[in-house]
Design a protein around this ligand. Structure first.
Ligand code: FAD
Ligand code: SIN
Length: 527
């Protein structure tokens, strides 16, 4: 089947649906999503969305906090663009019906690490779910938006098989696997927006959902887009340590509302040693490294996050969902500390885009966690990510609409060729390689790095390349195979980028180069 719409949006999270709704004012939009429409990170976001909304706060302060967290690698024009557009984004979400918490007649603002001011709007401790629901409601009600879940996109359709970022590979849509029928369809349009989220699942321990396998980053790279700063992988300091529930986040707002980090063996509130001024509210890279250091130095399984000194009603009112989850696991956060460990959380690098959300390829725009827009630099400031999705989702839509008349209609596109593949009889290969990549990335390309470990990782990735490509070339695609190929591609991009950076900066902390260079430079990989 070849379906034709004006614009294809790949991804139904905050970035994709924001773009789709803005485009749908005049264009027919097709939204494709792997698995369910709520399968991305957006639905899982807890803490909230950062925006300057309080009279005592300023854009300058938010910009400064973002640049400090980002260790100077951020692009100032992007930081200004996003932060100055934040209040308008929040206003649009309120119009869509997102029920943000109120403090009498003003929005309640919570606090998170690295923010010099209370500036996080939120819906209890489940902001993402409320945002996802509101965006989906609006998209479902819009006759110009068609949403197809259960479509795992495989590769972008390019005018030529672009090998360089020269702009020669005009994008005309995407080949996608219909997960229900097993058939591959070509979806064709004048413009395509990538909004596929991050690559967190490349690590063994991650707060991200199962589908965060970097598909958009890998597809864009194969089509000919540059990617940048892929070594900047953010680890969240406080993921619940529990043998049954492996990736449940304990929001940074718990520390924002007074939670302490304690060494369970010594009882010490150890952040005083690592960042005496900001303590538990230091930027995430510092707190995650401190937790990692305590765990390794004392041979611990976890550290403690303790908010039990706050009144029980306060804790329950601020964190109802976390409280409910912990209670179901036998932990009473109002009375006892929560066992936590660091885990991969956010992909700061990605497909390089400009302020108009354009990628290197004509016909292809990108927004959200799959991109490197210049906002986050070497470390994302808490709650700046959903904000980036809203601002760049809008930016992509307005640029596409402005460029509409200059764009040609798509040419005839060849159907997916399955003549040389058969059904796989060795699914175990996928499972084995997937597990191997994730464990290797955790052990060799984690919070603290060395050149030797990165080189070992590069060697393993090279060895796996042939096996995965042979498998991909021989068997009918499945979602697992598509994801494995992309995970491997992203692992390769992360390790290559990490090996190129000969300094420690933000999230890239490497023992062989402990100093930070005087000048901040992006790591840009060219296909
Ligand atoms: P996502 O929401 O991840 O959506 C990706 C979409 O792409 C999905 O629909 C998915 O199905 C689709 N997709 C992926 N691959 C394919 C494919 N091959 N084919 C078709 N479709 C595909 N940020 C904040 O600012 N504040 C927070 O409080 C916050 N809390 C967080 C808590 C957790 C536990 C996590 C994991 C992240 C949190 N973040 C937070 C980060 C934030 O949630 C994400 O960065 C953001 O939601 C990303 O949105 P997105 O639209 O770019 O991608
Ligand atoms: C959190 O709630 O701690 C996550 C916030 C974020 O990732 O921005």
């Amino acid at each position: 089947m070849t379906a034709s719409y004006d614009v294809i949006v790949i991804g139904s999270g905050a970035a994709g649906l924001t773009a789709a709704l803005a485009l749908a004012e005049t264009r027919r939009v097709l939204v494709l999503a792997k698995g369910s429409l709520t399968g991305g990170s957006t639905a899982w976001a807890q803490g909230g969305i950062a925006a300057v909304l309080d009279a005592g706060d300023t854009f300058e302060d938010h910009i400064r906090d973002t640049m400090i967290a980002g260790a100077g690698l951020n692009r100032l024009e992007t930081v200004e663009f996003v932060i100055e557009n934040a209040p308008a984004s929040i206003a649009r979400l309120i119009d869509l019906g997102v029920p943000f918490n109120m403090d009498r007649d003003t929005l309640h603002l919570t606090r998170e690490g690295g923010h010099s001011h209370r500036r996080i709007v939120h819906v209890d401790d489940a902001t993402g779910w409320a945002v996802q629901e509101a965006l989906l409601r609006a998209a479902e009600a819009n006759p110009n938006v068609t949403m197809l879940p259960g479509r795992a996109c495989i590769d972008l359709i390019t005018g030529r098989n672009a090998a360089k970022y020269s702009g020669s590979g005009r994008v005309w849509g995407v080949y996608a696997l219909d997960e229900a029928t097993g058939k591959v369809e070509a979806h064709v349009a004048r413009a395509t927006v990538l909004a596929t989220g991050g690559a967190g699942r490349v690590y063994q321990f991650s707060t991200a959902p199962r589908g965060a396998t970097g598909d958009g980053i890998a597809m864009a790279w194969r089509a000919g887009c540059r990617v940048s700063n892929m070594e900047m992988m953010q680890f969240h300091p406080t993921c619940l340590y529990n043998l049954e529930t492996k990736n449940f986040l304990i929001t940074e707002a718990v520390r924002g509302e007074g939670g302490h980090l304690i060494n369970p063996s010594t009882g010490e509130r150890y952040m005083a040693k690592y960042d005496p001024e900001r303590m538990e509210l230091a930027p995430r890279d510092i707190v995650a490294r401190a937790n990692d250091d305590q765990i390794k130095r004392f041979g611990l399984d976890y550290v403690h996050l303790d908010i039990s000194h706050q009144p029980a009603e306060f804790v329950k009112a601020h964190f109802p969902n976390i409280d409910e989850k912990l209670t179901s696991l036998g932990i009473d956060m109002t009375k006892e500390p929560i066992p936590v460990v660091p885990a991969q959380h956010y992909t700061c690098g990605g497909v390089l885009i400009g302020l108009d959300a354009r990628t290197d390829l004509p016909g292809l725009w990108a927004a959200g966690e799959c991109t490197e827009s210049g906002l986050h630099g070497a470390n994302r400031l808490a709650s700046n990510s959903l904000l980036e999705c809203f601002v760049f989702g809008e930016a992509a839509a307005s640029d596409i609409l402005a460029a509409w008349d200059e764009m040609d209609d798509p040419p005839a596109i060849r159907e997916w060729d399955e003549s040389r593949v058969t059904d796989s009889d060795e699914e175990v290969v996928i499972k084995q390689n997937w597990t191997e990549i994730r464990r290797m990335m955790w052990n060799y390309v984690g919070i603290v790095r060395t050149t030797k470990r990165l080189e070992r990782a590069a060697h393993r990735i090279d060895l796996l390349a042939q096996e995965i490509e042979d498998y991909y070339g021989s068997f009918r695609v499945t979602t697992d195979l598509i994801e494995l190929r992309n995970l491997h591609q992203c692992a390769d991009l992360i390790v290559k980028s990490a090996l190129k950076r000969h300094e420690s900066r933000g999230l890239h902390y490497i023992l062989d180069y402990p100093e930070t260079d005087p000048v901040a430079r992006d790591t840009v990989l060219i296909p």
